[in-house]
Design a protein around this ligand. Structure first.
Ligand code: APR
Length: 256
């Protein structure tokens, strides 16, 4: 990481009144959760995204998918928020005290932003801990037995209202994003002075289009990423760092 990049990042962040942090799986990498497209460890190198993240696969054979999402939820419950999650919450705290605003728009389905102290989080792709009926969409509040080890198959419960299968409350490929969450994220991006992009390859639309939309409406864009991404070229500053190193440094720099 060059000190020039840090200085440039700090100058972007200083004085920003409305900040939106836009995150992806890399935000949770230093908490031990796999990203999707890392060439060696990415989730999509271990399972076929079409087979484990599509409505067609769910309709054909739901048990392997139910087992996989419960396993991911189990792993997430064992993970801890990292210094990057906590730095965002700290920044949000004193932004609020200064009459400013900092929100989080995430593509992640884990709950580490919330467990790291963030209060205003939009989940564009749903949550590992929300469940609903596949057909009537009634939310499922029943108990879920999280597996201690990965299992190949697990039968999802039946909806008490209509008898159809309970599914994970996440967005699968080809499904629309939750409209209310999208509307919240879009409104915050249009109002943002600064969008800080952390931990996303920027390849999945429509979420990946949000930083560019914010920029069209006057926001500056700071990317914190260990490598170049699809969003690097459009960023005002693309700082080679990581979530758990860069964000705490940035927040510390803002307090000095
Ligand atoms: N700090 C910051 N960024 C990191 C770190 C880290 N410690 N480690 C990895 N990264 C970066 C990688 O370089 C990569 O650019 O995080 C990014 C992760 O990219 P993806 O694995 O593609 O994850 P993401 O962008 O969140 O995927 C978007 O794709 O499969 C769908 O629904 C899924 O929400 C997901 C969407």
């Amino acid at each position: 990481m060059s000190s020039d990049q840090f200085a440039d990042a700090l100058s972007l962040a200083r004085g920003a009144g409305r900040v939106e942090i836009f995150t992806g799986a890399g935000m949770s990498a230093e908490s031990g959760l796999d990203t999707f497209r890392d060439a060696r460890t990415g989730l999509w190198t271990k399972v076929d995204p079409v087979a484990f993240a599509s409505l067609d696969s769910w309709a054909r054979d739901p048990e392997p998918m139910w087992a996989w999402y419960l396993w991911r939820a189990s792993v997430c419950r064992g993970a801890e928020p990292n210094a990057g999650h906590r730095a965002i919450a700290e920044w949000a705290g004193w932004a609020a005290r200064d009459g400013a605003h900092l929100g989080v728009t995430t593509q992640n389905i884990d709950d580490l932003h919330e467990r790291g102290g963030a209060r205003d989080v939009v989940h564009l792709h749903g949550s590992l801990f929300d469940y609903r009926c596949t057909i009537c969409s009634r939310p499922w509040r029943g108990g879920v037995d999280y597996p201690a080890e990965p299992v190949a198959r697990q039968a999802p419960p039946a909806c008490p209202l209509c008898g159809n299968l309970i599914r994970p409350g996440v967005v699968w490929f080809g499904e629309p994003l939750p409209q209310d969450e999208w509307d919240r994220a879009e409104a915050r991006m249009l109002a943002a002075d600064l969008v800080v992009v952390v931990g996303t390859s920027g390849v999945v639309q429509p979420a990946a289009g949000l930083p560019a939309l914010a920029k069209q409406f006057g926001a500056r864009v700071l990317e914190i990423s260990p490598e170049e991404t699809e969003l690097s070229r459009a960023a005002d500053v693309s700082w080679r760092s990581t979530a758990a190193q860069g964000l705490p440094e940035l927040v510390l720099g803002l307090t000095l």
